[in-house]
Write a protein that binds this ligand. Sequence first.
Ligand code: SF4
Ligand code: SF4
Length: 440
Amino acid sequence: MRLKTFRGGAHVPHFKELTATKPIRDARLPAKVVVALHQHTGAPCEALVKVGDHVKVGQKIGDSKAALTAPVHAPVSGKVVDIAPYPQSGGREVVSIVIESDGLQEVADTVRPKGELDGLSQGDLREIIREAGIVGLGGAAFPTYFKLTPPPGKSFDTLIINGSECEPYLTADQRLMMERPEDAIFGTRVLMKAAGVSRAFIGIEENKPEAIEAMQKAAERHSGIEIVPLAAKYPQGAEKQLIKAIVNREVPCGGLPVDVGVIVNNVGTAVAVGEAISTGMPLVERVVTVTGSPVKEPSNLKVKIGTLVSDLVEECEGFASEPAKVIIGGPMMGVAQFTMDIPVTKGTSGVLFLTIDEVSLEEPLPCVRCGKCVENCPMHLLPLFISQYADAGRFDEAAEYGAMDCIECGSCSFICPSRRHLVQSIRLAKAEIAARRRKK
Ligand code: SF4
Ligand code: SF4
């Protein structure tokens, strides 16, 4: 059978064998957590607690009145010892609430089951999802309740659950689908009701046969949910590519999935949504793949939000060899870090360590006009021209060539025989174009 997919993209090595067979295990309770007040798309939260307060697990500790935001909750019980800017992924500093754990994990009274799904309205579900602080766990960290509310004049007819996990090395979603398929299907049903749709597709790359089988079995009893095996190709998990592959609809340039009646959510998000209903626990932990050849015991860990990356390394028994590079996320779309003293946030799907031999230190060569970057761009752009304009500071031309439609998947840089830093240049151009538009 020919598997569904999209045009373009790259066949990248998967490197998933380090953790694909490792069951998810609970990481030890950290001595302290650093919970950033801005770990989502939208407005930052304001602290609802002060230094010295005692907090319980699941207690809301930050929120905002802005329409686009996501509250944050205490992942551990204990004492608030600091509220100040702390470094986060990528080097920026964000005001964070530091909680010293008392080791008791006392749960807040507000954490209780929300009742049967049949008894909850669409509005109830959206409100519960908002209050649980749930955001896209695939990395984008876009508030889920906001996504579930279509703009005036638009509506959804289809939910797509993204279980493709196309980023090399990462296996957190794969293990979730293998180990908690019933929870993933329950979360899918919640999202279907909250979005007002009667059909859902769960897309999974064919290189995860156990996950496909487990999810098919769990979905059997539920009408309207179909598991769709997809070709293993990068970036299969990008929203627009997933929509094209599964329902053959093209999201217009500059448009959103809602423009073609589709809402896309990650499978980890579906599990978190289900939990917010069945136990009432807000988003205070997530599964993180900690991997790479330097790591002694690469693992899939269930981790409290706010745990430091350095604690995760300890949890994986340290390093067998010296890491030369730390990346939050995967090698294609992840962000290189300067320190391990940064916390896990809601969007942290993985932490990858690479040795010096695995990091390319070779200088880029001139473009040889081979056209491979064009052939492989899943957004049908001309990466070589956009990056050349970006490098020359000609951002208007970069914009004319569609820089803002770039999804920063990195396929062009991966495929380029001259090792040109295409995606970095395009990313820069996008930031500059966005800044100029804001100014105007
Ligand atoms: S131009 Fe952007 S969308 Fe196209 S391959 Fe490069 S990074 Fe991906
Ligand atoms: S893949 Fe690299 S060398 Fe080939 S056209 Fe694109 S930028 Fe030039």
